[in-house]
Write a protein of this length. Structure first.
Length: 156
C-alpha cells in the first residue's frame, strides 16, 4: 500500500503527476479518492472536474491497473451544499457510465450522521472537515469489505 495522495490537491493537479506515479509504482489497484478539494474550490467547474476524472481513468486503464473511486466525505460545514452534492453526483455518474466501482464515503458518512446517537462529528477532526482516526478506521473497514466482495464476487 502506497499513499501517493497530496493534501489539498484537485483532480486536475493529480493528473499532472498520475502517469509518472503509475509508471513508478505499477499498482494492481488504484484507490482514487477525489472530489472534496474540487467541490470546495470555486475555480473548479463541474465540467472540468468530470473531464479530469475521465482523463485519469484513461491513464489508469493504459497502465493496466484496476481502479476503485472514493468520493468526497460528507461534511456539514460547506458554504454551498448544492454545489458539493453536484460534485458527488458527477463522480457517481462517471463511475456508472465507465463501469467503475465507487466507494461512497459521502453516503456512508451521511447515513451515520442521520443515525440515532450518531453524528458525523464523531468521525471528524475538530475542524469539521478532515477525518479523525475513528473516521479513517470506519472508512477503512467498510472499504476493505467492499474490496473483498469484489474479489470474491466479481459479478457485483
Amino acid at each position: 500500500m502506497i499513499n501517493a495522495g497530496r493534501a489539498g490537491e484537485t483532480a486536475d493537479r493529480t493528473l499532472e503527476r498520475l502517469d509518472r506515479e503509475l509508471e513508478r509504482i505499477r499498482p494492481d489497484l488504484v484507490l482514487w479518492q477525489l472530489g472534496t478539494n474540487d467541490a470546495l474550490n470555486a475555480s473548479v467547474s463541474e465540467p472540468k472536474f468530470e473531464s479530469a476524472i475521465e482523463r485519469g481513468l484513461l491513464s489508469i486503464e493504459r497502465h493496466k491497473s484496476d481502479v476503485l473511486l472514493v468520493d468526497p466525505q460528507f461534511i456539514k460545514k460547506v458554504k454551498d451544499p448544492a454545489r458539493y452534492a453536484r460534485f458527488v453526483h458527477t463522480l457517481e455518474r462517471v463511475a456508472e457510465k465507465e463501469h467503475i466501482c465507487l466507494f461512497s464515503r459521502y453516503h456512508l458518512m451521511k447515513t451515520l450522521d442521520a443515525a440515532p446517537g450518531g453524528g458525523v462529528e464523531l468521525l471528524l477532526a475538530p475542524d469539521g472537515l478532515h477525518m479523525n482516526d475513528a473516521g479513517y478506521a470506519c472508512v477503512a473497514e467498510r472499504l476493505a469489505g467492499q474490496i473483498q466482495d469484489l474479489v470474491t464476487r466479481p459479478d457485483l
